[in-house]
Design a protein around this ligand. Structure first.
Ligand code: ASP
Length: 413
């Protein structure tokens, strides 16, 4: 059986098992979770996380060196960042529109007197952007600071391209390092179905279903916005810009989506999402290695959607009417907040504080959604990873077109 099928079956079985134990034997769930589900999930998560830093370094260095021409790198960079920003802004707009129409914060009884949320300080976004150049690359590596590792790798790759035959040996080593990492990804992925089972059983089993019922409308709006964004924005971008069948795209990327769903971490999914994009979607290594790690760090459309719906929800619960200018502020800060969100579970909710602050909404409102955020985190992470793959596909197709045009021009000349 194909790995993708196994992962999806594990996902369903894990969900059903967690749900059954949650409902039938709620008392014994904590022990089963502690000794069975969580350890299995943790082993898998640790194994893939182990590969993220070396993969990002090897593949971006190799990708940049492979692009060679700094002009090409600049062009790909501009296309990538533009796609990221435009799709994220669209994502929030869809989220705001649906939340304004369906008013999830006006239905139901939310007990505001008992809420107690100690807001964690959302790191200022300027820090993230200003700190992308590492003063000490070794520190960036040990801390797993993705943006800094990406910057360093681009510098190294660029240097290798410029020095050409002088650094041929080093380039070869990086090539082999990359091959080795890809081999290890495939090896670790053999464990994916078990890991997925453990992670999902644990996540579903520990949900309080009472809370889910109370927050049903909010959850449905977030899920609806995620679905609309995925189908319409990514689907039409793939069809119109890359001229590919959206169904082929979603089907090909499904294994990575299901791992993103079970891990709730775009960063942990990165090794698999790159491998899947290169193998199933035939995206050239040099482009996938550049676009996807960058996307896993700064492009979070799913997160932006949650932040948009959550902001409107909290405004409605606290009976605050947001003006049009405030809505625009929400769009802008949610773009930044999602850029600043790290690709690990739950961070999107911490960064939500930044959006709420920008329009003077009470951060305590986060307490209302924190209990049910785990399930939404899983879904939005799948969307986050899909957005990066869609971008890589579109950039790859447009680069292929560019190259063909250049070739035609040369032969004509
Ligand atoms: N878990 C998300 C991700 O890794 C980030 C978030 O929204 O919390 O993409």
């Amino acid at each position: 059986m194909k790995l993708a099928k196994k992962i999806i079956i594990a996902l369903i079985l894990g969900g059903l098992t967690g749900l059954a134990i949650n409902i039938l034997f709620p008392d014994i769930f904590p022990s089963i979770d502690q000794y069975v589900f969580t350890p299995i999930g943790k082993i898998f998560l640790s194994m893939i996380n182990m590969l993220v830093v070396p993969i990002v370094f090897f593949s971006i260095t190799l990708g940049t060196a492979g692009l060679g021409d700094p002009k090409k790198l600049g062009r790909i960079g501009i296309k990538t960042i533009s796609f990221f920003l435009i799709t994220t802004a669209l994502a929030i707009t869809i989220a705001l529109a649906l939340a304004i129409v369906f008013e999830p914060g006006k239905v139901g009884d939310f007990n505001l007197t008992s809420i107690n949320y100690e807001s964690k300080e959302a790191p200022p976004i300027s820090d993230t952007l200003l700190n992308i150049i590492p003063t000490n690359p070794v520190k960036a590596f040990t801390e797993g600071n993705m943006l800094q590792i990406i910057t360093f790798s681009i510098f190294v790759g660029f240097g290798l391209a410029m020095l050409g035959s002088k650094t041929k040996g080093l380039l070869k080593i990086i090539e082999q390092g990359n091959d080795l990492m890809m081999y290890l990804v495939n090896l670790v992925m053999k464990f994916a179905p078990y890991g997925t089972f453990g992670l999902i059983a644990s996540a579903v089993g520990s949900q309080g279903f009472g809370a889910i019922k109370a927050m049903g409308l909010y959850m449905s709006i977030v899920l609806l916005a995620l679905l609309v964004h995925t189908i319409f924005v990514y689907g039409s971008a793939v069809a119109l810009l890359a001229k590919k069948n959206p169904w082929w795209f979603f089907k090909g990327f499904a294994p990575a989506m299901s791992v993103a769903f079970s891990t709730s971490s775009s960063s942990a999914t990165l090794p698999l999402s790159m491998a899947t994009a290169q193998k199933n979607l035939k995206i050239p290594k040099s482009i996938s290695s550049f676009v996807q790690p960058l996307g896993a760090t700064i492009n979070m459309d799913g997160t932006a959607i949650m932040q948009g719906v959550a902001t409107i929800f909290i405004a409605q619960v606290f009976s605050v009417e947001l003006t049009f200018t405030q809505l625009i502020t929400v769009v802008l800060t949610a773009v930044l907040a999602s850029v600043g969100t790290a690709g690990v579970p739950g961070v999107g909710l911490i960064m939500l504080a930044m959006v709420l602050n920008s329009v003077n909404l009470p951060v305590e409102g986060i307490a209302l959604i924190i209990g049910i955020d785990r399930l939404l985190d899983m879904t939005r992470t799948a969307v986050n990873s899909t957005g990066d793959a869609a971008c890589a596909l579109i950039v790859a197709e447009s680069e292929a077109k560019n190259e063909k045009a250049e070739k035609d021009l040369k032969t004509a000349g």
